[in-house]
Design a protein around this ligand. Structure first.
Ligand SMILES: Nc1ncnc2c1ncn2[C@@H]1O[C@H](COP(=O)(O)OP(=O)(O)OP(=O)(O)O)[C@@H](O)[C@H]1O
Ligand SMILES: [Mg+2]
Length: 1024
């Protein structure tokens, strides 16, 4: 279920803008007239339905009943507002016009368009945003908002610039006016409809009327001129794409202007990334036969070698030339978010969608788009869920390309297992999906090639030289793997330390740091979180406060705002010196703020854990490794390479160096580290049994990918484990292990076996049981599904409902209990505060009070008590306090836990609560939990005062905004759904018009439809 972490009801809409023409018209008319229509009591189609239908079947526009229902809505609305609005607009005098007359309106507008633009640039620009925003995911909406803000000062000039560009471009074929309307074809070919039935005739009539009214609304709204500009832009682009596609499709022809892509792509890389030319290896790689022929490919280059650019070009080829969707899998949420930000602008310019699948974002299965192609950018877990959802809905062939960054992650724990499962399913179910994998730290490429049926490209190129050093006492050695020792003398460290300083800083970190900061920036990787904070505090004591003080104060203020007025004392002390620490104990927002300040040079030194080690493009002239350890484990070669690889990033630094601080005792281990090859990448399907092998077997049957023993066996041979089966112990073969796994699932009651004897050939088929279905629908870790069942069953006999504590206990994620060490005094204090009824929970779950009392007083305990249960109850106390106090800071202080941990617990619990909910939904006996867990999921998801919860369900509304709205009188969804966006802008501070409109639309959707359980039901099990 950790895979489901941060999946919340809200994310189901993924912050997407609802696509509801009728509502849109309403919102626009409200905006113009200030008139608020009465709330619409019921709708024929839910938000989801209409979205699905709109995009569901691109070829049957006329036959789409859901669309027609919306058309009716528009008609009705239009009839109501018609006279008033037409008069107000003063443009259209004859409401009974024919299609031909309609065209005249377009023609007329075309003539006057640009003039009107210049007369009223502000309005037009707003409308441009609205018309383009229709189809965009939230990431791109954000880009638009930024663009909008940036351009607000120079709107007039930019619009006329665009106009000039297109007017003067002689090679551009301007589309005929009819083609401005996407449905022109239907209009111009009435015979298309005449041959059909009465019903179709009616639909066609209705559609015609819809077009009429839609065009009238367009004409009134003065959007046309700018829309035309957009259409012209599109025309140029689509022409280029068309040429490019032809070139790429014909094998003999020369490749297109820019690797088969429009030359605009090259301009965009220059404009957005400052990349003028490709490195030689990038060119060679893109020209490989394997890529030309769409074969799978693995490529490997040193850190900062520029691997991403090659992947991005291949992705663009897929989206623009081959017209298929693409998926990019990245290791962490923060990296996904960074990539989404980086590629959204490309999406806007090149007309594809960038959809985020990380943290609280992502929709399963993804929306079908009528025209645009999508680039899904996902974490490993979400990428897996996405692939599952596409397999289940038989849409996997729409996915033309999957790119996996940091492919070496295949060898890393349960995430490695999940990545392997995803890729194996892809390889097995979709022969046409191309797979590209890249990494800086691969060793046993042969195995990976075999697994992915891929070719291989490698080079040693690194644009910025990285010099590796180690420091022992006061001597710096250069790493030289060719020598016997692994390093050679370089220099003595030049420093003058007082005896006090020598004591405080025996490893000479200050000397190493001050050689580079403040002119350049520096990262120090530390083995533990506490060590990060200590290093940051220690270094700042010996530095002077330097420039950019105002920006540093702003950063402190920003962190205070994030912490509701509190700031970590260490950060408060270190930031004025340009120093901070960075680790998972900080909340996500704190981390983001600090990273940003470091990237812009406000901070010049970060003491961090391995959280910043992979894929991040933060500037560092020098990377220092405080010790060759991550927590208590000695560094692995790949970890070492990734960490030092952060130094000297191309485009940011012109040089880079790393220094590993080594104690005399570790010298030999370090010699080994620098001279040995990178670690091999091994399958984790068996190591991670329940999240790996067993979960794979269950979902193979659940998804009907493989339902007989033979099919399952053949699937298993195509995994990385299958490739590496010679590494299995001699005791059991892969097929025996598979059979054992299936038998285990049957034994657990998750699978059933049926034998059918057809033609005297008995065939054993596997099916999934109710418990199995509940387990995968709820994405419950197979290690806990039986336990969860038992606990819920016990709850049916006596659930304490005086408060939500007992329910919280049931929704506390099992896997978080493993690393939890309760503070017994705090535990006891919490117990003492429980009411008599709440104390019964202790008996029910099996935590004797005497056990806690003895623990707190340090007495010996003879009784055998299950520590997992004790820990789980402790964590449910934390959650209980969080829901009461709604303040991560105060709760983390109360329980003496880091706020990052508390935030993580809360997110995991929100996610697990919805997992348990879906588990219960599949099992009739647990009907009573549905209502309870639905409510609890919401409480955990939003963790705000109960009265704010409805407002938090609106896309884009966070706690602060919900408070503002509540205080301004918008206390319910109904209030917000009926609000006038213009009035909202006037009442709510720092709210843009665009945000206000989105909020109102989203509130309308939430207000009228979307029962959460159903919606959640759809996606949870894709995570298995
Ligand atoms: N042709 C190029 N010209 C100039 N800069 C480039 C070029 N290609 C890539 N870069 C820049 O090089 C930097 C590093 O590239 P990238 O992030 O792709 O490295 P990487 O190979 O993925 O490294 P890592 O393995 O550490 O993730 C980026 O800032 C990128 O913009
Ligand atoms: Mg990279």
């Amino acid at each position: 279920h950790s895979a489901a972490a941060r999946e919340t009801p809200r994310e189901l809409t993924g912050g997407k803008r609802p696509r509801r023409p009728a509502r849109e018209v309403e919102a626009q008319s409200e905006a113009r007239t200030g008139h608020q229509p009465p709330p619409r009591p019921s709708r024929r189609h839910s938000h989801n339905d209409s979205e699905e239908d709109m995009f569901g079947d691109p070829d049957s526009f006329c036959g789409n009943s859901s669309l027609l229902a919306q058309v009716d809505d528009i008609e009705q609305k239009y009839l109501q507002d018609e006279n008033k609005d037409i008069k107000a607009a003063g443009e259209i005098k004859n409401d009974n016009f024919s299609t031909k007359e309609n065209m005249v309106v377009f023609e007329a507008d075309k003539e006057e368009g640009f003039q009107m633009n210049e007369n009223d640039p502000v309005d037009n620009n707003q409308e441009l945003t609205v018309s383009i925003l229709d189809d965009l995911p939230s990431s791109q909406l954000l880009y638009f908002e930024e663009m909008n803000e940036l351009s607000s000062d120079s709107r007039l000039s930019s619009i006329s610039e665009i106009r000039n560009k297109f007017v003067s471009s002689s090679s551009v074929k301007i589309r005929s006016p009819s083609s401005f309307c996407p449905d022109a074809e239907h209009r111009n070919r009435p015979t298309d409809f005449s041959s059909d039935s009465k019903c179709d005739l009616f639909k066609a009539e209705s559609l015609k009327d819809h077009l009429k009214s839609a065009m009238t609304v367009n004409a009134k709204a003065q959007t046309l001129q700018v829309s035309k500009t957009k259409q012209l832009k599109e025309a140029v682009l689509s022409e280029e794409i068309c040429v490019a596609r032809k070139t790429i499709e014909s094998p003999s022809a020369d490749i297109g202007p820019f690797y088969g892509l429009p030359s605009k792509v090259k301009d965009l890389f220059r404009q957005f990334r400052g990349i003028e030319t490709l490195y030689e290896w990038q060119h060679d790689c893109l020209m490989l036969d394997s890529l030309q022929q769409r074969r799978n490919l693995i490529y490997s280059l040193p850190t900062s070698g520029g691997k991403t650019l090659v992947a991005e070009i291949i992705i663009l080829q897929e989206l623009l030339c081959r017209h298929k969707n693409a998926l990019m899998i990245l290791p962490y949420v923060a990296i996904v978010q960074e990539k989404v930000r980086g590629l959204s602008s490309f999406g806007v310019e090149l007309d594809f969608l960038v959809e985020e699948y990380a943290g609280s974002k992502g929709r399963f299965p993804p929306l079908k788009r009528r025209k645009k192609k999508s680039l899904y950018i996902a974490t490993i877990e979400k990428g897996h869920a996405l692939v599952n959802s596409l397999i289940e809905t038989e849409r996997i062939d729409d996915l033309g390309l999957v790119v996996v960054d940091e492919l070496h992650m295949l060898g890393e724990g349960s995430r490695g297992a999940t990545l392997e499962i995803t890729l194996a399913k892809l390889l097995y179910t979709s022969k046409n999906t191309q797979i590209i994998g890249m990494s800086a730290t691969l060793n046993n490429v042969g195995d990976l090639q075999k697994f992915l049926q891929a070719e291989y490209y490698t080079s040693n190129f690194r644009p910025v030289e990285l010099k590796e050093y180690i420091k022992i006492r006061d001597t710096i050695y250069a790493v030289d793997s060719k020598t016997e020792n692994g390093f050679t003398f370089s220099r003595l460290l030049n420093f003058k330390y007082s005896s006090n300083l020598e004591k405080a800083d025996p490893d000479h970190i200050i000397a190493l740091v001050t050689e580079v900061i403040p002119e350049y920036s520096c990262l120090i990787f530390c083995p533990t979180k506490k060590n990060c904070e200590n290093v940051a505090s220690m270094v700042c004591k010996y530095l002077k406060k330097l420039h950019r003080e105002k920006e540093k104060q702003d950063l402190i203020q920003n962190l205070k705002n994030i912490g509701n007025g509190s700031i970590c004392p260490v950060l408060k002390q270190t930031i004025p010196f340009g120093i901070a620490y960075h680790h998972s104990g900080l909340t996500n927002d704190e981390r983001k703020s600090i990273e940003e300040a470091y990237s812009t040079g406000v901070l010049c030194l970060l003491a961090c854990t391995a959280t910043l080690a992979a894929g991040v493009n933060l500037p560092a002239r020098r990377v220092i490794l405080r010790a060759p350890y991550v927590a208590n484990d000695f560094l692995k070669k790949s970890q070492y390479k990734q960490m030092i690889g952060r130094a000297g990033r191309a485009g940011i630094d012109s040089a880079g160096e790393s220094i590993l601080i080594v104690q005399e005792k570790d010298k030999h281990l370090v010699q080994n580290l620098v001279t040995s090859p990178l670690e091999n990448c091994y399958s984790n399907l068996l190591m991670e049994l329940t999240k790996g092998m067993q979960s794979l077997l269950l979902s193979l049957v659940g998804l009907k990918i493989a339902v007989t023993h033979e099919e399952v066996s053949s699937f298993m041979c195509s995994t990385l484990l299958g490739v590496q089966q010679q590494l299995l112990s001699n005791e059991k073969s892969l097929s025996e292990i598979t059979e054992d796994g299936l038998a285990n699932l049957v034994e657990k009651g998750l699978l059933k076996e049926r034998t059918s004897a057809k033609d005297h050939d008995p065939k054993r088929t596997l099916t999934i049981t109710l418990l199995g279905k509940a387990t995968y629908k709820g994405a419950i870790d197979l290690a806990y599904c039986n336990l969860l069942y038992r606990e819920l069953k016990k709850g049916l006999e006596g659930l304490v409902l005086e408060s939500n504590l007992h329910l919280l206990y049931l929704a506390t994620p099992y896997d978080m209990t493993l690393n939890c060490t309760p503070d017994w005094m705090i535990y006891l204090r919490q117990l003492n505060q429980l009411s008599a009824a709440e104390q019964k929970i202790m008996d029910i779950v099996g935590v004797p009070e005497s056990f806690i009392t003895k623990k707190a007083s340090g007495q010996a305990i003879r009784k055998n008590v299950d520590s997992a249960v004790v820990n789980r109850l402790y964590l449910s106390f934390v959650l209980y306090a969080l829901l009461k106090e709604t303040n991560i800071w105060s709760v983390s202080e109360k329980f003496n836990m880091s706020r990052g941990y508390v935030q993580n617990l809360l997110n995991s619990a929100a996610s697990f609560a919805s997992c348990v909910l879906h588990f219960c939904e599949e099992l009739e006996e647990f009907w009573v939990y549905k209502a309870l867990l639905t409510e609890l999921t919401k409480q955990l998801t939003y963790c705000v005062k109960t009265e704010l919860i409805p407002l938090m369900e609106v896309a884009g509304v966070l706690e602060a905004r919900a408070k503002q709205l509540y205080n301004a009188g918008y206390k319910t969804l109904a209030h917000l759904a009926n609000a006038n966006p213009e009035t909202l802008v006037g009442t709510i501070k720092h709210l843009s018009r665009c945000q206000a409109r989105q909020m109102v639309s989203s509130a309308k959707v939430k207000h009228s439809v979307l029962p959460i359980p159903q919606d959640l039901q759809k996606f949870q099990w894709y995570l298995l």
